[in-house]
Design a protein around this ligand. Sequence first.
Ligand code: ZN
Ligand code: ZN
Length: 266
Amino acid sequence: MLSDTHTHTYYSADSKTDPEENIKKAVENGQKYIVLTDHFDHGLKCGKSDYNFDSLDRADEIQRLKDIYASKITVLCGIETGQQPDEAVRKANDDKLAEYGFDYIIGSTHLIHGLDPYEGVYFEGKTMKEAYTELLRELIYNALLYDNYDSVGHFDYTSRYAPYENRTLRYRDFPDLLDAFFKIIISKGKALEFNTKTATRVEPDPDVWKRYKELGGELVTVGSDAHKPELVGLEFRRFGSFLKSCGFDYAFIYRGRKPFAEKTDQ
Ligand SMILES: [Zn+2]
Ligand SMILES: [Zn+2]
């Protein structure tokens, strides 16, 4: 099974998972690598807790687990950073990333003009076209402004929580915005994440992925975005085949910020 490049633990404000439980589940799945990618999100809170963690304490715990499980799986130390165009957020991300040499950095857009689509209020008074257009524009701004990350997390984030009947982000509905977004990340050498948490809720549009490939997109990462251990590697075989059918023979994992490939049909 493909390795999981996006998982959360109790170092994320919205997860209670012991990192060892994620690792055990990945071993059980037969995955060769697991990347722990806890949240750092400047200005976003979960209740009263900040989306932040002590980089060195966390790295120590991950190193300890990495050693214990070395014969079974390779544990990698990543991070999911929340991106917003504001200068204060960009600076906060730069400072956070300077604290430790992470193996892998996901850049995710969770807040759009101060609202998280996770909260239903984001969609209030918006048509599907408007709600998705706002996300895609914000992704384009962030793709232009940010460089210190490896893969764009859940670019179809609004699909996950939208109240509309057919929530799939379809290529034919947003060809210009998707093309613009893909061209920027491809030219900057960034990867695009296939997020199975979204894909298990809303069927992905193959045309989106085929177009990314057609424009020269090679780098795809696959992540469950699990906040609970049972969701690690969720439906990776099915979605590995989906990616293969869209023309991607390989998905990528990052170690020391360098990508290496795994076959999508394993
Ligand atoms: Zn996220
Ligand atoms: Zn996540």
